[in-house]
Design a protein around this ligand. Sequence first.
Ligand code: SAH
Length: 249
Amino acid sequence: MASPISRCRVTSCLAATLLVAWAAVAVPADPYDAPRRHMVREIAEMAEETAIETDRPRLDARVMQAMGRVPRQLFVRPGDLSEAYDNRPLPIGHGQTISQPYIVALMSDLLRLKPGQRVLEIGTGSGYQAAVLADLGARVHSIEIIEPLGRRAAENLQVGGYGQVRLRVGDGYHGWPEAAPFDGILVTAAASHVPPPLVKQLRPGGRMVIPVGGAFLTQYLLLVEKQADGAVTTRQILPVRFVPLTGGH
Ligand code: SAH
């Protein structure tokens, strides 16, 4: 017959088991799960709607999976959490914005990145686009010209588990020559022209996606491809609206 002490042990053991079972049931569900799924559906719909211009009615499944994984709420301001998964840009301070999710997905898709490839982003902003590229398995380098934004992006990326993204503060017009060549280059601010240093830092076979146009003029998202022989071709994808590329270049 069990002694009072061992009965007590049995009871506490049972209590511990129940506690573990309760904890397993009580792990709170991710409150952003449903909004994130909804955002992914909206991106898919928008891709179909814009297919005449983009030629991409369905974006790469890997890009869509990344959009369904990256916690966008970590990259928006605390006051905007309830809008974190709206399919539109949001302010991030210093007159800058985190891009619209559909545009982030489209630009990532247009790069056709394979895991392990090297990519350069100009305009880190919140760090969200960099996180999506890192989630795709790319080795991401990103340059931001506004120092406090660069610092906050570094924190956001660390918290999101994307601490491997390499960041630098400076004028991205000149690229990151020590880390070149890149398989992909993404510019997330509108330039008046395609910066020659970036074309130079693109690997033959590589792709650059860049909005080109004035702050008050129509801007077009361009796909710039460097062929194996070094020849460069440019294709206009669709009209867009980005903050301007600044800097003294
Ligand atoms: N990709 C960002 C959104 C960027 S908004 C995100 O996912 O949140 C455009 C960013 O480009 C702004 O943060 C702006 O400060 C930055 N920028 C503008 N001109 C730049 C330049 N010459 N070099 C680097 N960054 C620049």
